[in-house]
Write a protein that binds this ligand. Structure first.
Ligand code: ZN
Length: 313
């Protein structure tokens, strides 16, 4: 039985997208501005097919529904995570996501969206928006009305290797010039606060959702100053919460040994090679390879010179 499966990513054309998913990651992508690679996804808006092996051609949601034993019989009505690479050539909208309770009630039973970002590349002087400075719904609405964006939004410098956990209720925007790996709950619910009055090809504006945004924004949150990560050897836990854990594993870079074994006692582990190349349990992998290690996979043997992000429950 296979213990790791490879998926066929789904690509999303976005008004703010670029071409780096082709030029820097080697994916075969559609023409036009492509913003997102849904690398490990069973979401109905982009349900990845299994690339090879016994289940080739089936979707990840089908595998989850019909072969839960491959995921250690973990409970859950849908595959809970979604792993993306985002290529922001232009700024993403100023947005916020709901939590599970709000999404279940207002978005047809959808999950809420906790997401987190590992910054893969950023242009010099690059910034990101994480958090905001209004203390109440009224104050926020007024600052939006008056277009006081620079006062309202917490915009901070970033560089490759930074990491941000974005809880539901956190106003945020990835800015043009940034490439990130995103691990998130399997949800596609976004409330746009501001889209820079940008027109789509057909001349229309993308919809805004200010009322829903005001419902879900966390006005008590203290804005962050930095996304700097303190690395702790070959494996660094970037985030651990009730929805997911995200680790960064490094081999053969920054003084880390060029082989590493990581135990994976999880129902499944999403494995994303984000830099360099090497082998993973004997299989050749490189930047842009994503694999889903199933419950029967007890450990990952990494060798080479690479950075790998592991996301699991
Ligand atoms: Zn978001």
């Amino acid at each position: 039985m296979e213990s790791m499966i490879e998926l066929v990513p789904v690509f999303k054309e976005k008004i703010w997208g670029g071409r780096k998913l082709e030029t820097e990651f080697g994916y075969k992508i559609p023409a036009g501005p492509v913003g997102e690679c849904w690398a490990i996804s069973a979401h109905p808006a982009g349900d990845d097919q299994i690339a090879s092996g016994e289940y080739a051609g089936q979707t990840l949601s089908w595998l989850w529904d019909n072969h839960r034993e491959l995921f250690g019989n973990v409970e859950g009505d849908r595959f809970p995570l979604l792993i993306k690479i985002i290529d922001a050539k232009d700024d993403l909208s100023i947005q916020v996501h709901p939590d599970n309770a709000y999404a279940a009630e207002h978005e047809n039973g959808s999950l809420g969206k906790k997401e987190c970002w590992y910054v893969l590349s950023a242009e010099p002087g690059q910034t990101i928006v994480v958090g905001q400075r209004a203390h109440s719904r009224e104050e926020f609405a007024q600052m939006v009305e008056e277009g006081r964006w620079s006062e309202l939004l917490n915009e901070i410098p970033i560089k490759a290797g930074d990491f941000f956990q974005i809880d539901p209720g956190t106003v945020h925007a990835i800015k043009g010039g940034t490439v990130i790996l995103e691990s998130q709950q399997s949800s596609d619910v976004t409330y746009r606060v501001y889209d820079y009055d940008r027109k789509q090809d057909d001349g229309t504006l993308r919809p805004l959702h200010l009322q829903q945004a005001l419902d879900v924004i966390d006005f008590d949150q203290v804005p962050l100053a930095s996304g700097e990560v303190e690395l702790t050897g070959a494996v660094t836990t970037l985030e651990h919460n009730e929805c997911y854990t995200v680790d960064l594993a490094r081999v053969g870079v920054d003084g880390c040994p060029d082989t590493l074994t990581v135990a994976t006692p999880h129902p499944f582990t999403c494995v994303s090679v984000v830099e360099g190349a090497g082998t993973l349990n004997g299989r050749a992998v490189k930047k842009g390879t994503h694999l889903l290690a199933l419950a029967s996979c007890d450990e990952l043997q990494l060798s080479g010179a690479m950075q790998v992000v592991l996301s699991y429950l």
